[in-house]
Ligand binder design. Structure first.
Ligand code: HEM
Length: 610
């Protein structure tokens, strides 16, 4: 079987089963004119000779015949894989040692990782993960509904400290409170903590909202929003806003004796957002979308079961309807932009259609649609809830309001304030912080109203809004005590440490606004409603302690728009109407935003503006 063996030899020459190995010298030796000390390792490498063309003619060619005449073609030790039989035992021993060392190293690194992980787990924050799957979600949601969310958090802070673990909405969660905590969560970039949204939000609102975008796309879309929503840009929309608010209020409540303030504010802010921000004016698309967005809102906080009849399913269908309504509007605007018949700054949607990345890449269709829905979700409830809370505050003491108004009738021509000075002083001295705030708002708004009336100007201007300082402080103080956004989630993008605690990659991190906003070391007498704490320039509020609009890279894009809108609406309400609560002891419930639990029914009547 000579030929068969030659074929085997040739195969071993080209692809030796053992192509290299180490030997150890057992005494001082020399080779090729070089000394090799005793104990040194020597490495041999078969291909170095097998493929050497000085030894083998055309070494890479498959030619078993070269083994026919060994003396001519095969020099000793040139086909090592077959000739070095005597060294096999040593060779395998050495290889076994190598393999053993490799396995030991892999094993040790595994044990080391496990050990390090266990050491890290020891540093997890204190607290309880609650029941499997549901964790502590049920007790948290229940507390929120009863407006005891703050108590729920505080109980755990007092047991475990300002950083504690729990499990919310199906995921292990680290709750982080305090100024340094807010700075860590709100100030961190997306490679440390990423903004995450529950699955329901991603499905109903879309994957391409700001939260779901890559860094460069986020920069482009958020940049476009901020450019439209910054104070300098908003100034030119104030008189239009004033017109819309006035018209809406007149048509919706002029003849009514009672309304539900929450519903009213929701409709009004929807009207404002669609007209000013999106340039959608017609009554019927707004009404259709109002109904659809109502279903989308509900689906955002629903159980994600997608079959006919479920809230989630209805939300998904509402999303499809909204898309089919907004798409033709976008196409038309795009054409108008190309034709040059529309000003890109007309509204936020048109502006987002017009902006380009440095490489001329536009905002995509999906990004436009999802951010359109996202802005409605982010802006609508938050703003209408703050307005409802202001109405609630102002409705709580009709006697004071009436007295303040009396002042107006006694001294209608009073130059700088609509209140008679002595009455103002008396009321101010005898009143609580809370009552003072009512007096001051009405006084401030009536003063602006009378000033404008005196000068024959009809609509509010930017400077009028800037002078509504006290009214805005009341809004700020309300957001401190009852923040519209209780807190929000992030996800750890990698294993993290904060305050000596370990936060594993993938865990949720939850920041809460009242952790600092109700802290007596930061805000004196935090439970007292005192808007004047926002007017003390000598005692500025420390950074990352007052966070109703968040902070850091994801800070609210619409805070200035919210301020302008809220001040305009409150001006019209206060100067045109008086109201009182139908249910005086109506409580606040969180779902998860803080609503008056019965929708704030109020008795309302117009006041004489002459
Ligand atoms: C009183 C009214 C409002 C409150 C209390 C409020 C609150 C907040 C908060 C707390 C955040 C940050 C969430 C986080 O970092 O986890 C936020 C983000 C955001 N808000 Fe507002 N908001 C209000 C009104 C608005 C309005 C009117 C708009 C749009 C015109 C808007 C658009 C947004 C957007 C787009 C984001 C996401 C920003 C980003 O991820 O970079 N908000 N808002």
């Amino acid at each position: 079987m000579k030929y068969t063996w030659r074929v085997a030899q040739e195969i071993m020459k080209l692809t030796p089963s053992v192509s290299s190995n180490f030997k150890t010298t057992i005494k001082d030796t020399s080779f090729g004119g070089f000394d090799i000390p005793k104990g040194w390792r020597v490495f041999w490498f078969a291909p170095a000779t097998h493929l050497d063309e000085i030894i083998f003619e055309e070494p890479e060619k498959f030619d078993p015949s070269r083994f026919e005449n060994l003396s001519k073609y095969v020099l000793p030790y040139t086909n090592i894989s077959v000739r070095d039989q005597s060294d096999y035992n040593t060779k395998y021993k050495d290889m076994a040692v190598l393999v053993l060392v490799a396995i030991t190293l892999v094993f040790l690194s595994f044990v080391f990782k496990l050990f390090r992980r266990n050491r890290k787990v020891e540093y997890l924050p204190r607290g309880s993960l609650g029941f499997p799957l549901i964790g502590e979600s049920l007790s948290f949601v229940k507390a929120q509904k009863e407006n005891r969310g703050e108590e729920w958090i505080n109980e755990r802070i007092s047991k475990h400290g300002p950083v504690f673990k729990t499990s919310l909405m199906g995921f292990p969660t680290v709750v982080i409170t305090g100024q340094a905590g807010n700075k860590f969560v709100l100030g961190s970039d997306s490679d440390v903590l990423t903004m995450t949204q529950p699955m329901t939000v991603r499905r109903v609102v879309g994957d391409c909202t700001l939260t779901g975008l890559s860094k460069p796309r986020y920069k482009l879309v958020k940049g476009a929003m901020m450019s439209f929503l910054k104070p300098e840009s908003l100034q030119s929309y104030v008189s239009r806003l004033d017109e819309i608010v006035n018209a809406h209020i007149v048509s919706e409540i002029k003849e009514k004796e009672s309304i539900k303030a929450v519903d009213f504010m929701k409709k009004l802010t929807f009207d404002v957002t669609f007209t000013i921000l999106f340039g959608i004016d017609g009554k019927s698309p707004k009404e259709a979308m109002f109904h659809d967005f109502d279903q989308i809102f509900k689906a955002v906080w629903s159980v994600p079961l997608n079959f006919p009849g479920t809230i989630f399913h209805q939300g998904l269908q509402a999303r499809s309807r909204v898309i089919s309504m907004i798409l033709p509007i976008l196409m038309k605007r795009k054409q108008e932009l190309l034709d040059g018949t529309i000003n890109p700054r007309n509204d936020l949607l048109t502006w987002m259609l017009a902006v380009r990345e440095e490489n001329q890449e536009p905002i995509t269709r999906d990004e436009l649609i999802d951010n359109f829905i996202g802005i409605v979700i982010a802006s609508h409830d938050t703003t209408s809830i703050l307005l409802s809370l202001m109405m609630w505050k102002l409705a709580r003491d009709p006697k004071i309001v009436a007295k303040v108004r009396e002042g107006n009738h006694v001294h209608p021509t009073f130059a700088s304030s609509f209140l008679s000075f002595p009455m103002y002083i008396i009321l101010f001295i005898v009143s609580s912080h809370y009552a003072k705030s009512i007096i001051s708002i009405i006084s401030e708004q009536m003063e602006i109203f009378l000033r404008k009336k005196g000068s024959g100007e009809e609509k509010l201007a930017w400077t009028d809004l800037q002078s509504m300082k006290y009214t805005w402080r009341v809004a700020q103080e309300l957001m401190r005590i009852i923040p519209p956004v209780f807190g929000n989630f992030r996800e750890a993008a990698k294993d993290l440490y904060f305050c000596g605690c370990f936060i594993p990659k993938g865990w949720q991190v939850f920041w809460v606004s009242h952790g600092t906003q109700m802290n007596e070391d930061i805000f004196e007498n935090p439970k007292v409603f005192d808007p004047s704490r926002f007017e003390n320039p000598t005692k500025p509020i420390p950074p990352f302690t007052y966070v109703p609009f968040g902070g850091g890279p994801h800070m609210c894009s619409g805070n200035e728009f919210a301020r302008v809108e809220i001040l305009t609406i409150i001006h019209h309400m206060v100067t045109k109407f008086e109201w009182s609560q139908v249910i005086p002891d109506e409580t606040i419930t969180r779902q998860p935003l803080p609503y008056p639990s019965m929708g704030l029914p109020i008795n309302i009547k117009s006041v004489n503006q002459s």
